[in-house]
Design a binder for this molecule. Structure first.
Ligand code: NAD
Length: 498
C-alpha cells in the first residue's frame, strides 16, 4: 500500500481573506485516495454564500491594495519567494500530489518543479514588461496603460492539479489581480498548500482565496458572479461549453483550455527509435491523464507492422505500480468513476481495433484504479476510441499511405490541441505542421514547452491563448491613452445654426 504522507491536516478548508474557514453551513465532501479508494480526509464544500465571501475579499484586496498597486519589482520579489518555497518543498509537494492524484512520484516531482518555474517565469516577465507608445509627429502621442482587471476566477482540473493551478495563479497574481481559485474536487489536497506558501512569501491577505467544492455549485457561482470579470478555465470541452454559456450574459473574458485527442504522426523516414520513445511516453506519461497526450498514433504503412509491434512490446513492459514507487511509470487513475470510464472505452475498443497490449485492470495491485497500458491497432477513423477523449493509458494506432491521407486523419476529430510529427524531411515537417488543425505542434520532439510560447487549442480544444505574454495580455486591460500635442481642432458642431 501507499504510505500516507506525514503531517496531513485533519480536514481541508477554504482560505478566504487570509483565514482558513469552513463552509458557512458546515457542509463537507469526502476525498478519497486512488490506491485504496478509501476516504482519507474531508473537505469544506462551498455554496454560493462562501463564494460570495471569497469574491468580496478578493475585490476589497484589489481595490484597497497594496498588491494591485505595487511596483512590478516588488511583486516580482514575492513571486520569486513563492518559487523558492515551492522548490524547497518539491519532494513534500510531490508526495502529497502523488498521494491525492495517483501520479507516479517521479512524475509528480517534475510537475512540482514546473510549478515553481511558472512563478519564476512571470516574476521575470513583469519586470521586463514594456508597452507600446505611438507618436504622430507634432500632433499626438498615444501609449498603452496596462492595468490588472480585478478579481480573476480560476477553475482547474484534477490532472496534475498543483501545476495547473500554478499555471493560472502565477500570471494572474503577477499582473496585480486578486484571485479566487476553485480546484477540482477529486484532488483538493495540494491546492490547500498554497495559502501557507503565499503567506510565507508575503502575499497580502485577500489577494489569494481558495474555495473548495463541486463545479456545479462552487464553480458555477464563481462563473456567474458579477464581480468576477474574468474566468480562466481548464477542463473538459463540454464543461467549457456550458461555462461559456453561463458567462455570456455578463460578457466575461474567458480563457478555455479544454480536451484533446492529439495525433502523433510517424513517417517512414523518421528517426524511429526517437519516435518510439516519444510516442510511448506521449500517451502513457502522467497515467495518460494528460490533455496533450498523443492518444492517436498514425503510422506510415511501410513501417507500420514493425513500429506497431515494437510499440506494443514497450507498452507491455511498462512498469505499473504504486504511486510512491520511484520505478512506477504508470500508476493509479485518479478516481474509481474515471477508472470505470476508461475501462468502458477499453471494452468499446475491443470491438473497434486489434488489442495488442493491456485491455483491462493491471493485476496484482490493490484497489482498482490501475489499468494496464492498452494498445489498439488498425483503428478506423470513425471508431469512438479514435474520436473521443479517453484520458487514460489507452492508444489508438492507425496506418496511412500518403501525406494527404495522414493530414486528413490527423484533422478528423472535433479536437485540436496538440500534434506531434516525426519525419526527417524538413519541407514535409513544416508543410504538414501548417496544415494541422491544432493549437500546438511539435516536430521531432515530445511535449517540451518553452514557457514563452502560446498555449491553447483550436476547435473543441479551447478558446484563447495563455502562455508568456499572452497570459499577461489575458489578465490585463490594455487601455490606450491619446494626448494631443497641439491645439485641438475639433469640427465645430452647433455653431452654424446661431
Ligand atoms: P471538468 O470539466 O469535469 O472539471 C474541471 C473543473 O471545472 C473542476 O474544477 C470542476 O469542478 C469545474 N466545473 C465543473 N462543472 C462546472 C460548472 N458548471 N461551472 C464551473 N465550474 C465547473 O474536467 P476534469 O475532469 O477535472 O479534467 C479533465 C479534462 O480537462 C480533460 O478533458 C482534459 O483534456 C482537460 N484538460 C485540458 C487541459 C488544457 O490545457 N487544454 C489541461 C488539463 C486538462
Amino acid at each position: 500500500m501507499s504510505t500516507r504522507p506525514a503531517n496531513l491536516p485533519d480536514k481541508i478548508q477554504h482560505f478566504i481573506d487570509g483565514k482558513f474557514v469552513d463552509s458557512i453551513d458546515g457542509d463537507t465532501f469526502d476525498v478519497i485516495e486512488p490506491v485504496s479508494n478509501e476516504v482519507y480526509i474531508t473537505s469544506a464544500s462551498a455554496k454560493i454564500e462562501d463564494v460570495n465571501l471569497a469574491v468580496a475579499a478578493a475585490k476589497r484586496a484589489f481595490e484597497e491594495g497594496p498588491w494591485s498597486r505595487m511596483l512590478p519589482r516588488e511583486r516580482s520579489r514575492i513571486l520569486h519567494k513563492i518559487a523558492d518555497i515551492v522548490e524547497s518543498r518539491d519532494e513534500q509537494l510531490a508526495e502529497i500530489e502523488s498521494w491525492d492524484s495517483g501520479l507516479p512520484i517521479t512524475q509528480a516531482l517534475g510537475q512540482a518543479r514546473r510549478s515553481a518555474e511558472n512563478f519564476r517565469f512571470f516574476a521575470d516577465l513583469i519586470v521586463a514588461q514594456h508597452d507600446n507608445a505611438f507618436k504622430v509627429p507634432g500632433r499626438q502621442m498615444n501609449y498603452v496603460n496596462r492595468k490588472p482587471i480585478g478579481v480573476a476566477g480560476l477553475i482547474t482540473p484534477w490532472n496534475v492539479p498543483f501545476m495547473q493551478e500554478s499555471w493560472k495563479l502565477a500570471p494572474a497574481m503577477a499582473t496585480g489581480n486578486s484571485v479566487v481559485l476553485k480546484p477540482a474536487s477529486y484532488t483538493p489536497l495540494s491546492a490547500a498548500l498554497w495559502p501557507d506558501i503565499f503567506r510565507e512569501a508575503g502575499v497580502p491577505d485577500g489577494v489569494f482565496n481558495l474555495i473548495l467544492g463541486s463545479g456545479g455549485v462552487a464553480g458555477d457561482a464563481l462563473v456567474k458572479h458579477p464581480d468576477v470579470p474574468l474566468i480562466s478555465f481548464t477542463g473538459d470541452s463540454s464543461t467549457g461549453a456550458m461555462l461559456s454559456t453561463n458567462a455570456a450574459p455578463l460578457l466575461k473574458s474567458l480563457s478555455l483550455e479544454l480536451g484533446g485527442k492529439s495525433p502523433a504522426i510517424v513517417f517512414a523516414d523518421a528517426d524511429l527509435e526517437a519516435a518510439l520513445d516519444a510516442t510511448v511516453f506521449g500517451v502513457f506519461s502522467l497515467n495518460g491523464e494528460r490533455c496533450t497526450a498523443g492518444s492517436r498514433v498514425l503510422v506510415q504503412r511501410d513501417i507500420y507492422d514493425d513500429f506497431v509491434e515494437r510499440f506494443a512490446e514497450r507498452a507491455r513492459n511498462i512498469v505499473v505500480g504504486l504511486p510512491t514507487d520511484p520505478t512506477s511509470e504508470v500508476s493509479a487513475l485518479v478516481h474509481p468513476n474515471h477508472t470505470e470510464k476508461v475501462l468502458s472505452y477499453i471494452e468499446i475498443g475491443k470491438g473497434e481495433g486489434r488489442l495488442l497490449a493491456g485491455g483491462g485492470r493491471a493485476e496484482g495491485l490493490p484497489g482498482g484504479n490501475f489499468i494496464s497500458p492498452t494498445v489498439f491497432a488498425d483503428v478506423k477513423s470513425d471508431a469512438r476510441i479514435f474520436q473521443e477523449e479517453i484520458f487514460g493509458p489507452v492508444v489508438a494506432i492507425t496506418p496511412f499511405d500518403t501525406d494527404e491521407e495522414a493530414l486528413k486523419l490527423a484533422n478528423d476529430t472535433r479536437y485540436g490541441l496538440a500534434a506531434y510529427v516525426w519525419t526527417s524531411n524538413l519541407k514535409r515537417a513544416h508543410n504538414f505542421a501548417h496544415g494541422i488543425e491544432s493549437g500546438m505542434v511539435w516536430l521531432n520532439s515530445n511535449n517540451v514547452r518553452d514557457l514563452r510560447t502560446p498555449f491553447g487549442g483550436v476547435k473543441a480544444s479551447g478558446l484563447g491563448r495563455e502562455g508568456g505574454y499572452r497570459s499577461i495580455d489575458f489578465y490585463t486591460i490594455q487601455q490606450s491613452v491619446q494626448i494631443s500635442l497641439e491645439v485641438s481642432h475639433s469640427p465645430r458642431f452647433g455653431v452654424s445654426g446661431k
